[in-house]
Design a protein. Sequence first.
Length: 657
Amino acid sequence: MADVIEIGLDHEPPRPASTELRTLFREEGVGARKQATRQGLWTAVAVYLLFSVTDVLLVPDVAALTIAARFAISVVALFFLEFQFRLNATADSIDCTAAAAIVVAYAGWLYPAMMTADTESISYYMVFGAIFMMSVNLFFSFQFRLSLFASITILLIFFAAVLSFPPAEASYRLAFGTFNLSCFVFTSYVNWKLNRERYKVFLNAVEARIQHKEASERGKALLRLSHTDSLTGLDNRRAVDQKLRDHWSDWQRRGTSFAAILIDVDFFKKYNDYYGHQEGDRCLVLVANALKDSIEPYNGCIGRYGGEEFIVLARLQASEQAAELAEAIRDNVERLALPHQQRRDGVSIVTVSVGAAFTRNQTSSKLERLIHEADRALYSAKASGRNCARLFDPSDPHTSDESENIAALLKIAVDQKLVSMVYQPIRNVASGEIDAVEALMRLRMLDGTSVPPSLFIPIAERTGAILDLGRWAIRTVCREILADESVPVVSVNVSPIQLKSPGFAASVAAILGETGIAGGRLALEITEGLEMEMHSDVRRCISDLKTLGVRIWLDDFGTGFAGLSWLRLIDFDTVKIDRSFLHDCDTQKGKSMLRDIIGLVRNRGHKILVEGVETEEQMALMRQFRIDQVQGFHVGRPTPAESLRLTKTVKVRPTRA
């Protein structure tokens, strides 16, 4: 399925051949050439007529003839020029008319002037004939062959006049002939150089256009790739996030309601582990096709939200339609009847759990809340035995109580010691040593049941409990890990709510001072996500934290829609590339995408950390790509502080190529 994505990065626009270039050069800017020649001839005519004054001063006895000739030639030349413009003649024909007008103007002035009785004046006056030669070579932008022909004609007219000039002595003829010949050679050479330069400028412009076209096509291809899931051909999370914002904007401005539907393949990890990655990929592709068939009547859009999770967006009129679509999705996948023998729930085929949320008027309505509601509906579907569809219902006591119970639990979590920290190693690829650890928060209920971070973190952010939890997390890692120098650096995830909160940087400084920890040993991870906006308060907070020496890491790079802007605005110490890009490396296009992202980050000078390394093959690929650091189950699972101290010296041995 990855082959359906037409990237075209290796395609280059064809370069024109030499003959084609010459044709293009002649046709380039035809309209501008015609206008330039038109303006030039009108100007030349004006100057030509003004020189009538010199006729009166130097050859007064024949001035009437020369002036009459000037006016007659000028009128005829301009008439033919404007007539050609009216007929939309070619640029070459208009150039020929202008060149012919100059030659005729020279001859039409010269021979009446030679009828004067003042032979001394005309002997010097004839030198002005060089101006006509300069005009065809320098004043106009004629092609070299046309300029050369006109110049030779003017030169021959001059020599014919000199030879027929009765009192002209040999020295006079030699001097003036040499002058005009030199003028011919000089102006023709300059015209030749100018034409060559014009052609070079044209070639540079053509090459620039080709390069711009190449860059544009590559940019479009990369954009398509960056918005497309390489396995299924669906939109990826980045593209879905953008469409989600567009749908939300339409809902806010025009009241165009829509549904957000999350789909999760039931027990997919068991399927993948038993049947293998290739069959797992095939399963996801078939499920994706079934989802596309389901939403076609609703004119919706679908994307892969990560792993085995998909999302559907559809503009609908009522919540009942959302429930109907969710059930249609579930039913279509069930009809595939893909065998799944590793399930332990009495079902032997691949199924999906579906959670849907529909836009509704409510207080403090936010896009994140709609997704959270769809996620809660999905959680309810899974809790109900999977292979079912649930529509979020705000009046449903089960789903509402769950959220409220967790919100209440978070208020007492620190005092009741219901939260704890585990630490996942981050290893140096070259040495295999632990460079740092990431602190991960865990929450358990009063009965000991674990609450997944994907459930309690959004609630903590929504209720504001994340502020107290965040301060507790930073203080805990300073005391548990950094105080005894068991590891060099500990990273802690921070929420957008924390960065926007006044005094957050000051609270971090107070904790560092209280525990005696240097700021450089603490790293704060920022995730590019839906809620994070790079406004002035956030940037100011990050600047204050960097002043303390605190390291700033960009987490899950590539999964949001702000990454490139952030790389430009903030000098991150480390950029963590999201695990989805590594897991897509089973395909050549997925591997190329990861290589492009690594190159982009490396060119910005940031240290690179890749998440989700789970196999030795993936570790070998990281060595091949010269990644700085890695994180994942293959190099270390999350563990409490006590266990970490016992294992921190264990290395991942490099394999031989």
